[in-house]
Design a protein around this ligand. Structure first.
Ligand code: ADP
Ligand code: ASP
Ligand code: MG
Length: 408
């Protein structure tokens, strides 16, 4: 007997028939003698709909109230999924995040899980119930409802698996595993049988939304056995996230390409080139809990320098306002501007560690297509570039081909 956490995404619970399908799969696992915890997302499109509704009443919705609103999508699907299970003769109980007691910090719309109380779930599982838990949500220490950021049900799934000491966490979605890149953009993309945890972390952080990055972080920290599978197919092993590189005997140099349309670039021109400048620019941004991704500071000339960094598109205006209010006069910047028509493309692979020339191959491929690179950042296993948004898909396609990811 194993304890298995199964997470089903929005398309997998998009209508009653699909929810029945989920229930049938859970029933099969129960019939094999396993204990099952099910985590569900809202029906596909539902969270977007709720966000739009909120924005009709307030352009930049109050975050506490926004979380109150957008957490409701999952409350519907847990009830529906429990009904579908009960209809199949399976004992099932639904739980909101707060009912489980998934304790988070109070960073509304992007809260982090701090603790999960497993007692109720354990007792239910031991009594033969399937526990159906709402993804994407928790509650802070004061009992306010919080959400975990877009795609956050993945994190609920993995965090529950970690807390319960589950034998496996299965992420069921609308593709049958992790591909070399988003198969919706490059139809030639191939499914990977396995991918190292490090690579998956990098792909997720660079924008592959098949897994939310925090879910991968949890899996790494607590060594959760994590697999991505299709909820639309009966068979198939999906993609296993492995912890040992050696498990993956023949390492390709590049495993995958990720991209991200959600970032915006902020440029601070003509700041004095002296110690403390980065801190004065990024300190107030961090204080406002705005995540910064890429950062570039130019070499100073004439005693001044330019500073560029990227943030989430949703937070560009907030960041610009903070800089204009707090930093511009203080640090004496000549100009502060934002650009949200950018996109980031990243090639990822642990094989990069032992191979030179990957960056130059990437830059040559983009140059041959006349694609201008606006920013570059690298890590041991990744090279990321910012390009104009309109070139994104072209860039992904040509890189996918150049690195022969379409070849079996
Ligand atoms: P769910 O609603 O099940 O959480 P998501 O839409 O969040 O599903 O994630 C699955 C989607 O991720 C796929 O439909 C696919 O378009 C996209 N995706 C992006 N990169 C990849 C990748 N490397 N491999 C597989 N899917 C990817
Ligand atoms: N429903 C939430 C979203 O759309 C969480 C999730 O699907 O994982 O982002
Ligand atoms: Mg998702």
């Amino acid at each position: 007997m194993a304890l298995i956490v199964q997470k089903y995404g929005g398309t997998s619970v998009a209508n009653p028939e699909r929810i029945r399908n989920v229930a049938r799969r859970v029933a099969r696992y129960k019939a094999m003698g396993h204990q099952v915890v099910v985590v569900v997302s809202a029906m596909s499109g539902e969270t977007n709909k709720l966000i739009s509704l909120a924005k009709e009443l307030m352009a930049e919705p109050d975050p506490r109230e926004l979380d109150m609103i957008i957490s409701t999508g999952e409350q519907v699907t847990i009830g529906l999924t429990a009904l579908a299970l009960i209809e199949l003769g399976i004992k099932a109980k639904s739980y909101t995040g707060a009912q489980v007691k998934i304790l988070t910090d109070d960073a509304y719309t992007k809260a982090r899980i701090l603790n999960i109380d497993k007692h109720k779930l354990k007792a239910d599982l031991d009594a033969g119930y399937v526990c159906v838990v709402a993804g994407f949500q928790g509650e802070d220490a004061n009992g306010n409802i919080t959400t975990l950021g877009r795609g956050g049900s993945d994190t609920t799934g993995v965090a529950l698996a970690a807390a319960l000491g589950a034998d496996e966490c299965q992420i069921y979605t609308d593709v049958d595993g992790v591909y070399t890149t988003d198969p919706r953009v490059v139809p030639e993309a191939r499914r990977l049988k396995s991918i190292t945890f490090e690579e998956m972390l990098e792909l997720a952080s660079q924008g592959s939304k098949v897994l939310q990055i925090r879910s991968v972080e949890f899996a790494g920290k607590y060594k959760v056995k994590l697999r991505v599978l299709s909820s639309f197919e009966e068979e198939g092993d999906g993609t296993l996230i492995t912890f040992e590189e050696e498990e993956n005997m023949e390492q390709p140099i590049i495993s995958g390409i990720a991209f991200n349309r959600d970032e915006a670039k902020i440029t601070v021109l003509g700041v004095p080139d002296k110690p403390g400048i980065a801190y004065q620019i990024l300190g107030p941004i961090a204080d406002a809990n705005i995540d910064v991704d890429m950062i570039i500071q130019n070499t100073g000339a004439d005693g001044t320098t330019d500073f560029t960094f990227t943030v989430h598109k949703n937070e560009m205006n907030k960041a610009l306002n903070i800089l204009r209010d707090k930093a511009q006069s203080h640090i004496g910047a000549r100009e502060i501007s934002g650009d949200d028509k950018i996109a980031k493309v990243s090639v990822v692979g642990v094989g990069m560690r032992s191979h030179v020339g990957i960056a130059s191959q990437m830059f040559r491929t983009l140059a041959e297509e006349g694609i201008n690179i606006r920013m570059i950042s690298t890590s041991e296993i990744k090279i990321a570039v910012v390009v104009d948004e309109k070139y994104l898909e072209l860039a992904v396609r040509v890189l996918h081909k150049a690195f022969e990811l379409d070849a079996a």
